[in-house]
Design a protein around this ligand. Structure first.
Ligand code: ARG
Length: 459
């Protein structure tokens, strides 16, 4: 395919150089966005009378034909063109003749690629939001089901205080809600149209940039043409938002891996989301959760890579910026894939309520509540802490739980203990009494679930 810039050159490009420079192998991914942008561009060119209505219609019809032929597989994007922009413009001219050569009037590939990438990322933000919403809906349904499913909560991976599965899942609900809102924020900041920035200094054509922006659903045109062609902030923000999504998926995966071990048996991942071992016949491994945890590195890597690529670039466009694509595409594919797989896996998981309950009753998870009991009887908290610490040592030696002690044994440590201690430190009381908003008590959980229910209706 003929080069867009051949006129200035008398010698052929070295093949290695051509291949090194070309981006068609990866930027063909946004052919639809490139065509959408071109249709808006020629519509605007005709509105300001740079093109005639006939020329506009011929070009638009040609572009639409190319789009449907690529979609149907009739037209294959071959890697001989330098990039997707050259391929579409070249194909257009082959098909409709020299009027196709007017498409690029008042435009540079610099503002064209800036537009294409923005359109593509804007579309992917929408796709990502839909996937995060599906995950939120799945977690929400599980929360509703497990308001009374008791389990131990951990700090330092040591049993700490009892809580519920709904409460534990609720922590992830909040993380993914923040992820969703981060995606909205990025959209708000990035949604300005760079087309019309030209190579770097705008153009001398009387372009109507407001019209182009409106046709493409942007809030308006970007306000500085140098920034318009060289801004990649929104991509870095998107990579950062994806990194956080991946971090949350990875932390959740790690917990599922732990809960799925023989030692815990809090959950069982379904056969459809597990794999076996080639040598150990008994094995059923949580590979999907592990892979999601493992793939985080790729997305963090992409973020870091683009930050480094951009850090020393002078204004305006530099070819380094072409490096923004492959890594962003990989990060988008990885994050979307992990969101889908994780949601499917979560839907398939069986929670072993009995194991969780039993585990919550062990490990002295009611020690804080026992101390609070003494505080309720008038003992200063620090003294109560010491008394219960001593009782814990006594119980460890006796190999029993705090609530297994006789009242007479309690009284050896403090005469403030009465018969009501058993009720005060029962697992049920420990959870039920935590009723400030954000705590695991079922009444508090119900309020949060109601708030989330409303939230899910609005997004
Ligand atoms: N493939 C290029 C990129 O992704 C398109 C812009 C080319 N512009 C240029 N001045 N060579 O950045």
């Amino acid at each position: 395919m003929e080069k867009l810039w051949g006129g200035r050159f008398t010698e052929e490009t070295d093949t290695l150089v051509y291949n090194f420079n070309a981006s068609i192998s990866f930027d063909k991914r946004f052919y639809e966005q490139d065509i959408r942008g071109s249709i808006a561009h020629v519509t605007m060119l005709a509105a300001v009378e740079i093109l005639t209505i006939e020329e506009r219609d011929e070009i638009i019809e040609g572009l639409k034909g190319i789009l449907s032929d690529i979609n149907s597989g009739k037209l294959v994007i071959d890697d001989t063109a330098e990039d997707i922009h050259s391929f579409i413009e070249g194909t257009l001219t082959e098909r409709i003749g020299s009027v196709g050569k007017k498409l690029h009037t008042g435009r540079s590939r610099n503002d064209q690629v800036a537009l294409d990438m923005k359109l593509y990322i804007r579309d992917e933000i929408k796709n990502m939001q839909a996937l995060v919403k599906e995950l939120l809906t799945t977690i929400h349904a599980l929360m509703k089901e497990h308001i009374q499913t008791y389990m131990p909560g951990f700090t330092h991976l040591q049993k700490a205080q009892p809580l519920t599965l709904a409460h534990h899942l609720g922590a992830y609900m909040e993380m993914f809600k923040r992820d969703y809102s981060r995606l909205c924020d990025i959209h708000e900041r990035m949604n300005y149209c760079p087309l019309g920035s030209g190579a770097l200094a705008g153009t001398t054509y009387p372009l109507d940039r407001e019209l182009t922006a409106k046709l493409l659903d942007f809030y308006g045109p970007t306000l500085n043409s140098m920034d318009g062609v060289s801004d990649r902030d929104y991509l870095i923000e998107f990579l950062s938002a994806m990194s956080l999504i991946m971090m949350h998926l990875s932390r959740f995966s790690e917990e599922i891996i732990i809960w799925n071990t023989n030692e815990y048996q809090f959950v069982e991942i379904s056969d459809t989301y597990s794999t076996g071992s080639s040598i150990m016949p008994q094995k059923k491994n949580p590979d999907i959760a592990e892979l999601i945890r493992g793939k985080v590195g790729r997305v963090y890597g992409a973020l870091n890579s683009l930050l480094v690529t951009m850090k020393g670039l002078p204004l305006a466009y530099n070819k380094d910026m072409q490096e923004d694509k492959e890594l962003s595409f990989d990060a988008v594919d990885t994050t979307k894939g992990c969101l889908k797989l994780f949601t499917g896996m979560l839907k398939s998981i069986k929670f072993n309520k009995d194991r969780m309950y039993k585990s919550a009753t062990g490990g002295y998870t009611n020690a804080t509540d026992a101390a609070d009991y003494l505080v309720g009887k008038g003992m200063p908290f620090r003294d109560a802490h010491r008394v219960i610490g001593e009782i814990t040592v006594y119980c460890i030696e006796k190999k029993c739980a705090i609530d297994d002690l006789e009242l007479s044994e309690f009284k050896k440590f403090s005469d403030m203990f009465e018969e009501d201690i058993y009720e005060a430190i029962s697992l049920d009381t420990c959870v039920r009494k935590r009723l400030t908003i954000g705590a695991p008590g079922p009444e508090a959980m119900k309020k949060v679930i109601e708030i989330n229910e409303d939230y899910l209706k609005k997004i």
